[in-house]
Design a protein. Sequence first.
Length: 573
Amino acid sequence: MPTDVSSSRQGSSPKGLRRVLRLGRRWSAVMAVAVTASTGATLALPAVLAHAVDAALTGAGTAGALPLAATLAALAGAEAVGQYAGPRISADTAARLRADAVRRVLAARPLAAHRLPVGDVAARLTGSAPQAALAAPAVIYTATQLAMAAAALVALAVLAPTAALAFLGTAPLGYAAIRRQLRRTATLGEGYQRAQADIATRLLDAVSGSRSIAAAGALDREIARVLRPVPELSRHGRELWDSQRRIAWCSALLAPVTQLAVLAAAGAAVAAGSLSVGGLLAALGYTAIGLGGFGAAQSLLDVSRARAGADRLAELLDAPVPAPGTRPLPSGDGALHLCGVTVDGPGGPGGPGGPVLDRLDLAVPGGGWLAVVGADDAATSALAALATGLLDPDEGTVTLDGVPLAALRPDELRAAVSCAFADPALPGRTVEDAIGPGLPAERVRRAARAARADEFVRRLPDGYRTPPAEAPFSGGERQRLGIARALAHDGRLLVLDDATSSLDAATEAGILHALREQEGHRTRLVVTRRAAVAAHADQVAWLQEGRIRALATHEELSALPGYRAVFDGEAAG
């Protein structure tokens, strides 16, 4: 089960919440002004209403009607603006958070490659981002509701001190109970998000390996594995609902009790002649506003949810992004060296699974062809990612012609190293763009012929001008296009990461012949679990438990049962 590193974090940091609050400052300011105006009108309303009632009772006619109408109009207008600004802040902030997180994930190569499972990242983008975006409206509403409740209590104390004492005798009990439930709800919310992320990660793993699962007859077991966190998710969901129910119950019970206590005290003051009828109405109005502080419970709950979402996003937004290199690449034949390279597994150094690569040393001579074979796909793919500069080692260095890949200028690195993968993406407006953006048409077609892709591309409705999204490519056809793209770029190092796994034997043999023709022109590093590919290489690096177990030709290594078992396992899958 992939490790959710967020679960090991202790407490929460205000840094993430402050970052979220900064994103929607303009609309937050609009909302703050609107809510402040609404608060002022709400606080003025009981006094204005009391004046209008007393004026009517004393025969002053409608003298208090105009101030009452103006106050109600101001309240309605401010509420309308606030109701528009709140969702606008949340929508804009969620969009910004997602965009920033995606940019960071793609730029922070170690994180994107192996620190967090894809399902966990997706859950944070789809679930944690909108929760974090609740921050600004929740903070504004919490502050204004609490300030309004305090101001209403002061006004009540000035108007009818005994009524204020009655309020203080009951309402604080509700605030204490609600605060306790809020703490419990915040903790449950974090657990709920972690369970969601676990399910998303398991589901994506199952979808990506659906063919192997079906072939192995393991569908029922895989369904059970994916759904294993559901009881935990359900438990957190039920407890969240129960906690929110308790908050609503406390508010519903204590509000009428407090109102009755204030009504009794204010009624006694009216009977004693120290409070007018209008004053009685004002006292009840201020009591209702003071009890509105219970409404801060929901806002505080939203603040807790926003903090939990911001904390989970912080691991994406705070991921270290390596500074781009500045050194040019000197002339050379593409010699690749990995010196003392370590790549930590999920959970970081000392994680439960140990390092993916452990102090590995490997030299690929310029112009040579090295195959990398191993049963651990994570280790072999990590090695390929290191060679292409898509992953930085946690320890050690990777050099191309004597220069660390991390120190190279990005344009020099991408020009010098080309790569192909088992499931390549095909960005570009046309197939021609996907193979070689900006390259001459003949060079693109020559690469497609070498990758045995030219024939099926020409059969497309618009040939090389066909948009990739409109062409129903098979897995093998996509792989051939990915290889064509790698061959079209005239770099000094070519890296293939299981890029022929979906090809038939005849097509693979043709591509291997094309790779053999690259001898002396560029260095080739090919990660594979197919014996035919390993047999064509000059040497094979047998990778086991994160280290090079042996380095020899395929023929020499084939005498070892453990080496042969790597290919037997692939055939069985």
